[in-house]
Design a protein around this ligand. Structure first.
Ligand code: NAD
Length: 261
């Protein structure tokens, strides 16, 4: 095993933003470990084959990021097979409902994936990095512009993404002395399956035509467009590079200017 070879573990890599990040980091010559739920094992296998064509090493690790033992096993396996790793805690879910119609189950599921999942991935990746003695580790999480400002129809989701900002700031403070940076991306509306599902819910809620969420999203940004998963992957690629070593604790917007920090 080449100790200088960079390795990235990407959760929720079967679709959307996670898939794009895995492809981008593989193009940046990282070896990658691809994680998602068992139901998406086939999509992970397809992505593995696509990345192997680029020449890098790829490992598929099915795990549910809400389950502590599964996250530990995932990180142990990635370290054993590929070497010390960087972490992209991308997996997340969204429920498009007002607080008044959000059930306790909806709320707890959102918190389980978006907060507990990120907490477990941060914690066990951080412990593995400290054990490896790395001085340039990278942890990146999935925040959102919904983690910067609350809005209607996504109270549980906003709360979960505010929590990701808190975890990111706190762990950056703790891991700085180890030379490890902890940051998050805070996307606006990015065209993925998640947003297609929300668009369908938005149509039902507002009696508007298909694509209305995208049209609304365009009006939020000075650039007049919604984003692509590649827009987010470009930011993660930067955060993973040596020249980003002085950036830590940030949840960086990649939202076309929808939210000015
Ligand atoms: P997506 O639904 O297209 O993909 C998410 C992936 O995460 C899926 O493959 C899903 O199976 C996986 N996943 C869900 N629960 C999991 C679990 N418990 N364990 C392992 N994997 C799990 O979503 P996306 O749009 O690509 O979003 C990726 C991340 O970016 C999420 O955290 C999301 O909240 C965040 N984000 C997305 C947008 C957007 O507009 N798409 C905006 C802001 C933030």
């Amino acid at each position: 095993m080449d100790a200088s070879q960079r390795v990235a573990l990407v959760t929720g890599a079967a679709n959307g933003i996670g898939k794009s990040i895995a492809l981008r980091l593989a193009n940046d010559e990282f070896d990658v470990a691809l994680n998602d739920l068992a139901q998406n094992a086939g999509l992970l296998q397809d992505l593995k084959e696509e990345i192997e064509m680029l020449g890098g090493k790829v490992l598929v690790i099915v795990a549910d990021v809400t389950v502590e033992e599964e996250v530990k096993r995932m990180i142990d396996t990635a370290v054993k097979e590929l070497g010390s790793l960087d972490m992209v805690a991308n997996a997340g879910i969204m429920v498009f409902k007002s607080i008044n119609t959000t059930s306790l189950y909806d709320f707890e599921q959102t918190m389980a994936v978006n907060v507990r999942g990120v907490f477990l991935c941060y914690k066990y990746a951080g412990l593995a990095m400290i054990a490896s003695g790395t001085k340039n580790g990278r942890i990146v999480g999935a925040c959102s512009f919904a983690g910067k400002r609350g809005s209607s129809m996504c109270g549980a989701y906003c709360a979960s993404k505010f929590a990701v900002r808190g975890l990111t700031q706190s762990y950056a403070a703790e891991l700085g002395p180890h030379g490890i940076t902890v940051n998050a991306y805070a996307p606006g509306i990015i065209d993925t399956d998640m947003v297609k599902r929300i668009d369908a819910a938005y149509q039902a809620h507002t009696s508007s035509p298909a694509g209305a969420l995208y049209e609304w999203g365009k009006t939020l940004t000075p650039l007049g467009r919604t984003g692509t998963a590649r827009d987010v992957a470009g930011l993660v690629s930067y955060l993973a590079r040596p020249e980003a070593s002085f950036v830590t604790g940030q949840s960086i917007p990649v939202d076309g200017g929808a939210f000015f920090d």
